[in-house]
Design a protein around this ligand. Structure first.
Ligand SMILES: [Zn+2]
Length: 269
């Protein structure tokens, strides 16, 4: 499926220490969250001590309410602020995308017990296993967290890196320049042999992030040139087609309808 560039379901994961388990992302609804809990129960048999949300997006955080009461939820302070203010609108948006009758109706917002502040980083001791939860900067929502397990060199990136090539970053909330800077920072942070779990799709290597960085850098360069030439947004969309980054099933929407307008707005500031 990946080869065809089709969108795939939310990726998550878990990290096991002597004391307990940390899960990354809590999924969209009760059914999917229960799948995660069942996997941990059957494979590990230890309690879920921590859960982290890589962003406020429902498919990464709505499942918080189904976790055991003692599970400590960690998220970015901006995610907590976003959920506190926009929860209802957010569920409506998610129902538009995922459909009604999938359990989104029953979600009650459950925000973080531990909040990571802007540019912050926290370290969690799972018992013989340390996990770092890092804000590298604006990545897709402004409340984005990356989870780094240094021993096995695995990074969970959330939606900032949505899936391997040919998938493309979605600039849903704009901020092309910051997103490019953040992904570059993430790339520089990683050792050569690191593995990266994207928000959706299968595990990739450090070098695979280059595709996403190159895409954003090319968007920046070409849209800036269009602005410098005095082109309107409409003319810029027509001009900056970048077929060399095609292949993603959603290219026809993500590139001209979302990313180019976002870049144009960001660079026109
Ligand atoms: Zn997602």
């Amino acid at each position: 499926m990946q080869e065809e560039g089709k969108p795939v379901a939310t990726s998550g994961g878990f990290i096991v220490g002597d004391k307990g388990v940390l899960i990354i992302d809590t999924m969209l609804n009760k059914r999917l969250n229960q799948q995660v809990q069942d996997i941990v129960k059957n494979k590990v048999g230890k309690h879920i001590q921590y859960a982290v949300n890589t962003s406020a997006h429902g498919d990464h955080s709505y499942g918080n309410m189904y976790l055991p009461k003692e599970t400590i939820i960690t998220q970015h302070s901006n995610t907590q602020k976003y959920v506190s203010k926009n929860f209802k609108a957010d569920t409506e948006f998610m129902m538009q995308n995922f459909g009604k009758g999938r359990g989104i109706e029953e979600i009650i917002p459950h925000t973080g017990d531990i909040l990571v502040e802007a540019n912050g980083k926290i370290k969690i001791d799972l018992g013989g296993k340390f996990v770092e939860i890092i804000d590298f900067g604006f990545a897709q929502t402004g409340g984005d967290l990356f989870i780094w397990e240094p021993e096995s060199k695995v990074l969970w990136a959330g939606n900032a890196i949505v899936a391997p090539k040919p998938a493309l970053t979605w600039l849903l909330d704009g901020h092309l320049v910051e997103t490019l800077a953040t992904l570059t920072k993430v790339y520089d942070f990683l050792p050569k042999d690191a593995r990266v779990v994207p928000g959706h799709g299968s595990v990739m290597g450090k070098e695979d992030i280059k595709w996403h960085i190159d895409y954003l850098a090319t968007v920046k360069k070409q849209v800036q040139a269009a602005i410098d030439d005095g082109l309107t947004l409409e003319q810029t969309v027509k001009k900056v087609t970048m077929p060399e980054f095609g292949g993603y099933a959603l290219f026809g929407w993500v590139h001209p309808s979302l990313n180019i307008p976002a870049a144009y707005k960001d660079l026109s500031k």
